[in-house]
Design a binder for this molecule. Sequence first.
Ligand code: 7TS
Length: 425
Amino acid sequence: MAVPKQKSQPASRQEAQAADVLDASHVRADFPILDRDIHGKKLVYLDNAASTQKPRAVIDAVKHYYERYNSNVHRGVHHLSQEATFAYEGARKRVQALLNAEDDSEIIFTRGTTEAINLVAQTYGRANLGPGDEVLISVMEHHSNIVPWQLVCEQTGATLKAVPIDEHGALVMDELERLLTEKTKIVALGHISNSLGTINPIQKIAAMAHAVSAVLVVDGAQGLPHARVDVRELDADFYAFSGHKVYGPTGIGGLYGRRELLDAMPPWQGGGDMILTVAIDRSTYNDPPFRFEAGTPNIAGAIGLAAALDYVDSLGYERVAAHEAELLAYGTAALEQIEDLRLIGTAPEKAGVLSFVMDGAHPHDVGTILDQEGIAIRTGHHCAQPVMEHFCVPATARASIGIYNTREDIDALVRGLRKVREVFG
Ligand code: 7TS
């Protein structure tokens, strides 16, 4: 098979960093789960777009919270509550710094991307949409960036429109330009597509959206894990993300929102922490971000998320992106050698997602045979049914790359796919 030779590995993490490459073999040592055997084979984890594994630093941060300072936040005068509040608000500052938001009040903790997008739809959307207004999404969106907009359009009488994608899975920019009019109030697009890997030109789209006075909501679920995100440079009005996709815990994520927009937004869920005063007939509401964080938050999750962001930052986002780009190129070249395999998603700007179909083998069968080899990929529609419809496939098999993946993982995938070919002829 005509694939490039493995580069020699630097001897130490320091050497790797000095050489400005990510040394995945050292990174792997930080992830205890990667020692597991599955069906008697070494685990090859290539389902990172669904969820990433956790480094020991994240596991330890969560454990330390529960063992040493577990307590509720923003409530207690007692010491443990103060420690927990300090760590929780520290995590918010960590997210703010990483995203380069202007103020930490612009970071709202949510359960993840899905909840963050629903929050924008049900607060900003409900307050600002009406009959005749339009929300613009695209055909490549995850269901989490489609259904919340369908719901709010039903509730307000606004109309949902979608930018088409081309045969490579890239946005048709001329159509985006045509569909953007003074009727467009919200543009909601993914930073990176989970089913195709396409990287969208967010900065350019922000300028186009703002030219018609629309706000731009970015679904950053796949963006944050793969590149340094600077919300001010991108000029996004909202940016939603999930902790579990960036090596942090499940059940935590967030929403960046421009402060002047958050200030004007009504609350969404009611409960503790989001109020200033409550009487039986009316309540007054707290300022952002607390107005949008009703009830006891996921404190351990936020602390784990901050540890995850510290971890990725310590590796260097630029190295992470370069490592994944190199593996994507290696994997693409390798998969192109496999007979009757068709890659779905070949946009010129692409992150570490290898979605494919194989003649004569259903993606679920591909996934099952690979599982027997200890290789974890995802099969199905990836919560992106309009993408499947566009490419006229019911489902794809998808290998998605993370920081700990190596060329050996891709080689194992290729060997597994050759087994699939043998089984299905
Ligand atoms: N948006 C995108 C682009 C995603 O990839 C996902 C999850 C979500 C939103 C939802 O994130 P959540 O954390 O709120 O669930 N994507 C996938 C996937 O590709 N396979 O499993 C989940």
